[in-house]
Structures are given as structure tokens and as C-alpha cells.
Design a protein around this ligand. Structure first.
Ligand code: WTA
Length: 653
């Protein structure tokens, strides 16, 4: 492959050899610009429809879109069956790599048999289309099988990240009124088996034993750890799914049939159940996976390092890649077990060609040093992707240079749980990329960067930071917040209601060429290692402690994790301990209540919190303090001197 070098402005044009065979060319932009609906109809043609759609888009009930109206299809059929029917049954779908070093290769034919078994057993359990299923599993093949079996039967799944606490699981189970939980006995974490089934039991017995909507718990044996068991309710996967029939006929569902609910942090303590549906979601995940990653079925070996508990795992491990007949690596564990060589060994072992990860991990690799990846043959890699948070130019260059041998394209992909699929990204055979920029909306997607009033920001001025909005509906857009359509309207559509634009919650700027740089959240959502955590959620976990009267949480810049959680707390008069033991207890409390990801990096005990006259906590000022900056305008504060006190306690701490 030819090497491409940066042009003098530090940007990277695509290599001619790459462009020559790229899946996506300039013509896609032209086609989409000429006729958006026709463009999306063509992309929908990537899928097998049991009944063709009559209309591409019905936006009359905005902001709830209907895409591919009248069409019927089955997602699992599209992800599995059709590849087997087309003669690719022996192609490996999943190269699964367990953390302890065990591995499994699963062909499309085997995947079809597994998904069919699970679908047959879920049917036997009495589940019918529309029922919700919670999935709380580690990165094992059965997790993917469970998701596909649900999709096959029209059972919206709600995957809950296995690092979440029992409380978080219960909240999600209750909100969706799930009838079934699928889990595992335990999960491997750095050589130790962490209990998972036990956490499910704790969740189901929570709230003083108030019964939940869950009728059964289906358990995969993974680590062999002992599990608590409730006869009649609990079922072993190997005793129920494994012996079930491997034959199952998939029924088609309407294009707008709910496919899944995925909870994500909002600006209040209650997570939002983001609802995605069938035809539009699968169309856009398939199209973007094909165009952005330049994926060639049967030739590429693709690896997305996300967890199925997040949207990236849904769209770019399960649905997009499998719809495109991908051979992919799925890895169960952490990147540094048994040591920091693990990812590179896996890439060598399977000959990974496309690698998709988060900036926080790239920065971690940088910290570990380039000697680690350079000790391996990474020459199979031909494309690198990034997602989840803004990637700083330094990390971008390191990623390309050290992992991509200074020749592979890097695609920085911007999107959200709500958008369902990639929205803004380079196309690797077309775009001259710039380190740190998400560049331009994909063909078929329309976005703007605007000011408070909705006016376009000017190009190239740093003061001209604006809001990122999407001004046209897109196929994989969320269809609402589960059980709370009012919150859906208020959260995403109120800010620019007059214009009818979707507000993404992100700030962005346009450079002198008009290319887009995403700057991060402008609301009270933090982004820690690419995971969204709301300040309100952490605050409510903190005030749950009897010693805490009030808490304010901000995301402060962090060299590795993007943002780190910094909390300021005021103690109650009952608080006896005010020292490091209490701080430790509070940190652990948050980790337990939400997830270890939400564990604050720092907690400062302060005498007061900066508030406006209307009683709103001034987070901006707290962020300035947390990041050690000069304070901005404090004139709207009730008591500007409160900062002296905060600073004093911060320094003392
Ligand atoms: C951020 C993850 C800059 C952004 C797919 C967004 C990014 C939030 C990028 C969504 C990127 C994601 N550049 N920021 N390439 N990708 N983000 O829902 O703030 O977990 O709003 O979806 O991550 O996070 P979510």
C-alpha cells in the first residue's frame, strides 16, 4: 500500500490505491444532494425486505419519523439467515476471544442455529412480539445471540452494561417492564470472576422486596462461579436453549416495529430509554458500516472494541456488521490483561484489518508507550476508526502513525445513542482528513452549526463556537424516549423548535474550509472514557449519603479519560468524619450506586456552593475551579467570596 503524507497544512488526503477500491466515492454526496429520499431508498436496498416499502419517509408526525412505510422485514434474518442462504454459511461471523485465553470461531451457519435455538426457547417461555427483555451480560457470544433472538421475535431488548450496579439494572428493568432478564453466572475481569447473576438477584429483590415485572432469569454459565438460585424463576441457558431446535422461521415485522431500548444519561438523574426501530435503523447502520469503514465482506477482519452495553456495540458489533456479512473479532476482557500487549496480539492472531476504538483507549496506549504496539506485526490494519468523544489531534496523529504505520486512513466518527448510527465522519476514500475534525455530514445527512438564535456561525473563528443541530430527519434516528414522549420533545426538539431542528447537546465549530470540529457536550452530561454520565446522577448518589447535604458535580478535563468527575460537597451537621475516610466512602458509594465508571476522581468538601440568585449551581465556575483556571464572570453569584473558601478547601484537600 502506498504511503500518504500530510499536506503542508497537516491534513491527509486519501491514498490513491485506497480510493481506487473504496466502497464510497464522491458520487454518494452528489446522489444524496440530488434526491435524498431516492438515496435512502437505495441504501434500504442493501437489506432483504419481505414486503417492499411504499414510502421512504413520513415526517408528518414530527418529531416522530416513520421510515420505509409499509415495508416489512426481519432484522435477524438480514443479519444471519440471508448470508447462509446465499452460500456463506461457512464464513466465520465471530472470532471470539475470551479473557482467560479461550476462544471460539462461530460461522454464520452456527450463529443461525444458535439464534434459532434461543428464539425457539424464548417462544416456549411465552414471550410474544412487543414484550421487553433485559440483557445484562459480559462480552460473550451468547450476548449477541440473545440480542439477535430478541430481534428475530420482535421483542425489544434493553441491554444493560454489565458494569452497571444492581440499582441501575433495577431502574431499567422497571422502566421497560421487562419480562425476562438474560444474564451470566459471572464475568471475567482481570483474571477474576465477578458475580453477575448475584447482582441480578440483588436488583430483583431491591426496593424492599417489591416484586418486579421479571418472570424469568435465563443464565449462561461462563465462569463457573456459584450462583444464588430461585427454582421456577431461574433457568440455565445450557439446559433450555442449547437443547432447543436449531430450526426457526423468522417472521417479518413492520419497518417501525421497536427493535430496542437503550438507556443513556440525560441531564436529570433518570436515564432516558432511547427507542430505536427496525427498517431505518438497520438501513443506516448497514450503510455507514459499509461506507465509513470500507468493509469488504469475506475479506476484512473487523474489530470494534466497544461493549454491547453501549450504542456502539449495538450498531457496530451486532447490527451493522452482521447485516454486512462481516467477519469480526469480539473480545471479552480488558486491554491490559494479562498485559498491555493483548490488543496487538489479538490483531496479529486474527489479522484484523479494520480497528474501531475510543480516543480514551488511544490515549491510554500512548501512555503505555509505542514500544508495546511496535513489538507486533500490525501490517494487516488498513483502516482505523474513532468514536465516543472528541479525539485530540495529538492522539489522532499517534493513532495513525504508530498503529496505522502512517498509511491507514483514520475516520473520526461523530454520532450518539440517539442518532443510532454514524452521522458526521470522513469517507476514507474521499475525504482529506484533519486530525481532530469529524469533517462533514455523511451523504444523506444534513447538519448545521448555529448560534443561540439558530443563525449559522462564521467559519474559522474560535469565538464562533456554536451548537450542533441536525436539520433533516435520518433513518436511524430515535423514535422517542420510552414511556416519556414529552421528555423526548423537550430534550431534543424544544431548543430549536421554530426551525424544527434536532439539538444534539454538543458544541461544534467550523474551520475556514467549513469542516466541522465537535467540541463536546454543552449540557450537564459528562463524557468519561467515552461513557456518558450525567452530573445529576452522580449528585443524587452523593446526597444519598447521610453525611452529604448538597453536591455539585462537574466534568473536568482529564488527559486520559477526556473528562474526570470532580465533586464538591457540603456536609450535614451530622457528619462526624470529614476526612479522607469519608471521601473514600463517598467515592465507593457512587461506584456502587451507579457503576465504577462513575467513581469521582476528586471530591472536595466545601463550605458552600456557588449559586445564582435563582438558586442554580454555577457549574461553569466550578469547572473553572476544578481545572485550575482563572474564574470567569462571577457577578451573577449570590456570594462571590464563596470561591475563596472553595479554593482554600481544594488546596487543603
Ligand atoms: C460524544 C456514542 C466528538 C458527543 C456513539 C456525543 C463525540 C456523545 C464523538 C454521544 C466524536 C461521540 N467526536 N464527540 N467523534 N462521538 N461523541 O450516546 O458528545 O454514548 O453527544 O454515543 O459522545 O455519546 P453516546
Amino acid at each position: 500500500m502506498t504511503e500518504t503524507t500530510a499536506d503542508p497544512r497537516g491534513s491527509y488526503p486519501p491514498a490513491a490505491a485506497f480510493a481506487a477500491t473504496a466502497n464510497a466515492g464522491q458520487e454518494l454526496y452528489d446522489q444524496a444532494a440530488a434526491d435524498r429520499d431516492a438515496f435512502w431508498a437505495e441504501q434500504a436496498g442493501r437489506l432483504d425486505w419481505q414486503q417492499p416499502f411504499e414510502r421512504v419517509l413520513d415526517w408528518s408526525a414530527a418529531p416522530v419519523a416513520q421510515w420505509f412505510v409499509g415495508g416489512r422485514l426481519n432484522v435477524a434474518y438480514n443479519c444471519v439467515d440471508r448470508h447462509v442462504l446465499a452460500g456463506h454459511g461457512d464464513q466465520v461471523a465471530i472470532h471470539w476471544e475470551g479473557e482467560p485465553g479461550d476462544s471460539r470461531a462461530i460461522t454464520y451457519r452456527e450463529l443461525l442455529a444458535e439464534v434459532s435455538r434461543a428464539a425457539n426457547y424464548l417462544t416456549e417461555l411465552g414471550l410474544v412480539a412487543g414484550d421487553r427483555v433485559a440483557i445484562y451480560m459480559p462480552m460473550i457470544p451468547e450476548a449477541i445471540v440473545a440480542m439477535l433472538a430478541c430481534a428475530r421475535l420482535g421483542l425489544p431488548h434493553s441491554v444493560v452494561f454489565a458494569g452497571f450496579s444492581p440499582t441501575a439494572l433495577r431502574q431499567r428493568v422497571d422502566d421497560a417492564r421487562a419480562r425476562l432478564v438474560i444474564t451470566a453466572d459471572g464475568q471475567w475481569r482481570r483474571g477474576k470472576s465477578a458475580p453477575l447473576k448475584e447482582a441480578v438477584d440483588e436488583a430483583l429483590y431491591a426496593h424492599g422486596g417489591t416484586p418486579s415485572s421479571v418472570e424469568h432469569v435465563l443464565v449462561v454459565r461462563r465462569t463457573g462461579i456459584e450462583v444464588p438460585w430461585t427454582e421456577g424463576r431461574d433457568l440455565w441457558w445450557h439446559e433450555t436453549v442449547t437443547p432447543a431446535s436449531p430450526e426457526h422461521q423468522a417472521e417479518p415485522f413492520e419497518a417501525e416495529h421497536p427493535l430496542f431500548i437503550l438507556y443513556t444519561s440525560g441531564t436529570t438523574g433518570k436515564p432516558k430509554g432511547i427507542l430505536h426501530t427496525t427498517g431505518g435503523y438497520l438501513t443506516q447502520t448497514s450503510y455507514t458500516h459499509h461506507a465509513v469503514f470500507d468493509h469488504k465482506p469475506g475479506r476484512d477482519v473487523y474489530w470494534c472494541t466497544a461493549d454491547i452495553g453501549w450504542i456502539t456495540g449495538h450498531s457496530y458489533i451486532v447490527y451493522g456488521p452482521l447485516a454486512n456479512r462481516t467477519t469480526q473479532v469480539v473480545y471479552e476482557g480488558t486491554p491490559n490483561f494479562p498485559d498491555e500487549h493483548r490488543h496487538w496480539q489479538i490483531i496479529e492472531k486474527y489479522g484484523v484489518t479494520i480497528y474501531y476504538t475510543a480516543p480514551t483507549l488511544v490515549r491510554t496506549f500512548m501512555k503505555w508507550g509505542r514500544a508495546i504496539p511496535t513489538a507486533h506485526d500490525l501490517s494487516s490494519i488498513r483502516l482505523l476508526g474513532s468514536v465516543g468523544e472528541p479525539i485530540n489531534p495529538e492522539a489522532w496523529r499517534w493513532y495513525r502513525e504508530v498503529i496505522g504505520a502512517n498509511r491507514t486512513p483514520v475516520v473520526d466518527t461523530w454520532w450518539q445513542t440517539e442518532t443510532g448510527a454514524i452521522m458526521i465522519s470522513p469517507l476514507p476514500g474521499v475525504t482529506t482528513t484533519k486530525p481532530g475534525a469529524a469533517m462533514t455530514p455523511l451523504p444523506g445527512i444534513s447538519a448545521r452549526v448555529v448560534d443561540e438564535m439558530g443563525e449559522p456561525v462564521s467559519h474559522g473563528e474560535t469565538e464562533a463556537n456554536g451548537y450542533l443541530v441536525i436539520d433533516q430527519p435520518w433513518p436511524s434516528m430515535l423514535r422517542g424516549i420510552w414511556g416519556d414522549m414529552e421528555r423526548y420533545r423537550a430534550t431534543y426538539w424544544e431548543r430549536f423548535a421554530e426551525q424544527g431542528w434536532y439539538f444534539a447537546g454538543d458544541g461544534a465549530k467550523l474551520d475556514t474550509d467549513g469542516d466541522l470540529w465537535v467540541l463536546g457536550r454543552v449540557d450537564d452530561v459528562m463524557n468519561v472514557s467515552g461513557h456518558r454520565i450525567s452530573t445529576a446522577e452522580v449528585e443524587s448518589a452523593l446526597v444519598a449519603h447521610p453525611s452529604v447535604a448538597e453536591a455539585a458535580v462537574v466534568g473536568a478535563e482529564d488527559p486520559t479519560t477526556g473528562q474526570g468527575i470532580v465533586a464538591f460537597v457540603i456536609l450535614t451537621t451530622e457528619a462526624t468524619d470529614t476526612g479522607s475516610a469519608l471521601i473514600e466512602e463517598l467515592k465507593t458509594g457512587v461506584a456502587k450506586e451507579i457503576s465504577p465508571i462513575a467513581r469521582p476522581r476528586e471530591i472536595h468538601v466545601v463550605p458552600e456552593l456557588p449559586k445564582t440568585r435563582s438558586g442554580k449551581i454555577m457549574r461553569r465556575l466550578l469547572r473553572d475551579t476544578a481545572e485550575g483556571r482563572q474564574l470567569g464572570d462571577t457577578s451573577t453569584l449570590v456570594d462571590p467570596s464563596v470561591f475563596e473558601a472553595i479554593r482554600a478547601s481544594k488546596e487543603a484537600g
